[in-house]
Ligand binder design. Structure first.
Ligand SMILES: Cc1ncc(COP(=O)(O)O)c(C=O)c1O
Length: 475
């Protein structure tokens, strides 16, 4: 053995304390969300030169400390920047065991525990969706789950592509909303449609796809001689957090024989909430769903389920039957490797399994409801403050707002938008530089807009008020 047992024990004892301290210090508001330094300074601080002679096991503890020091504390209650946040100690342990067992999900033989755990989780998630005869697989993220779904849809509509590739007469076209995640258009590009093979359907004032417009776009594409085969509704759009009307979109998809996918990467977790699951009414009618426990459910990245309504869809799309890997004998019918794009695949299921044991359905429900409540409270705070305004009606855990500096309070229309735009960029950048808050911005309705995500159950009203105070203070 290269390393002595005592050395390993000492390392992991120290690592355990380091991890506990790091998680504990997330609660400490005197710690910044990030110690922001320039890339050049960071390269210097990390001493990236790789040694010719190894420095021994204990040298990595110092690296671990440095890594934690310069990393963004995504578990900090004032990190509101991304669709994920907070932390889950049980899931972190699951992630650690994943590295410790260091195996790959392609066969039951190589990953017996991972295989049965993943199948049990897929079954559980499918039950929340209402897929009675479903299947699924974990993927490295929502983008890959979306890609797998586009490929499955293409396989159903154009089965010859698997062997021959696309024929000039195929002319496939897919649809998603104008505010859908870019990974869908990229999935279309990878699937051989080109970027122009995705039609972006107009949205309403909330940011939801308009079903009548979807139908109009489908008919228009048919007239042009293209073949519509796929539509993706989004449950929880990236910027305003809007939920497309799934039931109505399913009606259109059914009428035109399209594969219907739901990109529930972000908002799929509302299915765990009795209060909010109505936002996905009709989801059991979809052919596939992307659902990321690594977003609203608080599981560390990556944890993304790709769910299919019909058993067999994945293997018929992806299967390559590599005989060096998938052997006929014994437990081969448990092998999951032909369901996905990857060969080697991490055991992502473990962390969600651990987390579910600790929280249960009710714990996840409380988490989702709490984040929605947090976002509603933030909207109230924004509404009540002079100089702030919400952009759009909002229904999810995102809060999109702008601030108009005092000197321009009489501005209106485009002039107001311009001042708000400039203030958003300037103030947001300042906060990120100081590391006091991380809150993102995006262009929404023509101007840069703060986009805050309620992603950490530990964020309090004081944190939210402190953010608005900090924005005002940078006026
Ligand atoms: C709606 C939506 N779909 C898909 C994705 C992509 O997910 P991932 O980052 O896990 O690939 C995102 C990411 O933010 C998203 O907001």
């Amino acid at each position: 053995m290269l390393q002595q047992q005592t050395e390993i024990e000492a390392l992991f004892d120290a690592a355990g304390r380091l991890a506990a301290d790091a998680l504990q210090s997330n609660q400490d508001r005197t710690h910044p969300v990030v110690h922001r330094v320039s890339p050049e300074e960071l390269i210097r601080c990390l001493e990236l030169e790789l040694p010719t002679e190894g420095r021994g096991l204990e040298s990595v503890l110092d690296l671990a400390r440095k890594t934690l020091h310069y990393s963004v504390r995504t578990g900090h209650p004032r990190f509101m920047n991304q669709l994920f946040g907070g932390f889950d100690a049980a899931a972190i342990l699951g992630e650690w065991i994943c590295a410790l067992t260091n195996t790959s999900m392609y066969t039951f033989e190589a990953a017996p525990v991972g295989t049965v755990v993943e199948l049990a989780l897929i079954e559980r998630l499918n039950r929340f969706v209402g897929f009675e005869n479903g299947e699924g697989v974990f993927a490295p993220g929502g983008s890959v789950s979306n890609l797998i779904s586009v490929l499955a849809a293409r396989h159903r509509a154009f089965p010859h592509v698997k062997d021959e590739g696309l024929r000039p007469s195929d002319r496939p076209v897919m649809f998603t909303s104008a505010e859908a995640h870019y990974s869908l258009q990229r999935a279309g590009m990878i699937a051989g449609l080109g970027r122009n093979g995705t039609v972006c359907v107009p949205v309403d004032e909330v940011g939801r796809m308009i079903p009548g417009e979807l139908e109009r776009c489908i008919l228009e594409e048919r007239r042009k001689g293209r073949t519509p085969f796929f539509v993706a509704a989004t449950a929880g759009t990236t910027v305003p957090g809007a939920f497309d009307p799934i039931d109505e979109i399913a009606n259109v998809a059914e009428r035109h024989g399209l594969w219907m996918h739901i990109d529930g990467s972000y908002g799929g977790s509302v299915l765990l909430s009795r209060q909010h699951r109505h936002l996905m009414r009709g989801c059991e009618r979809a052919d596939s769903i992307a659902w990321n426990p690594h977003k609203m459910m608080g599981v560390p990245l990556s944890s993304s389920a790709t769910l299919m309504r019909t058993k067999g869809s994945l293997v018929s799309t992806m299967g390559m039957n590599a005989d060096y890997l998938f052997h006929e004998e014994s437990d081969a019918n448990w092998d999951l490797g032909d369901r996905t794009l990857q060969c080697g695949r991490r055991v992502d299921a473990l962390k969600l399994w651990f987390s579910w044991q600790v929280l249960g359905d009710r714990g996840f429900e409380a988490r989702v409801d709490g984040l929605f409540d947090q976002a509603s409270r933030m909207r109230e705070l924004v509404r009540e403050r002079e100089g702030f305004r919400l952009i759009r009606e909002q229904e999810g855990a995102n809060v999109c707002f702008r601030y108009l500096p005092r000197a321009h309070r009489s501005a209106a229309g485009e002039e107001r938008d311009r001042h708000e735009h400039e203030a958003t960029l300037r103030i947001r950048g300042k906060l990120a530089e100081e590391g006091s808050f991380l809150v993102n911005y995006a262009s929404l309705d023509g101007a840069a807009t703060f986009r805050l995500v309620a992603s950490n159950p530990d964020t309090t009203e004081e944190d939210q008020t402190a953010l608005l105070d900090a924005i005002e203070a940078e006026d």
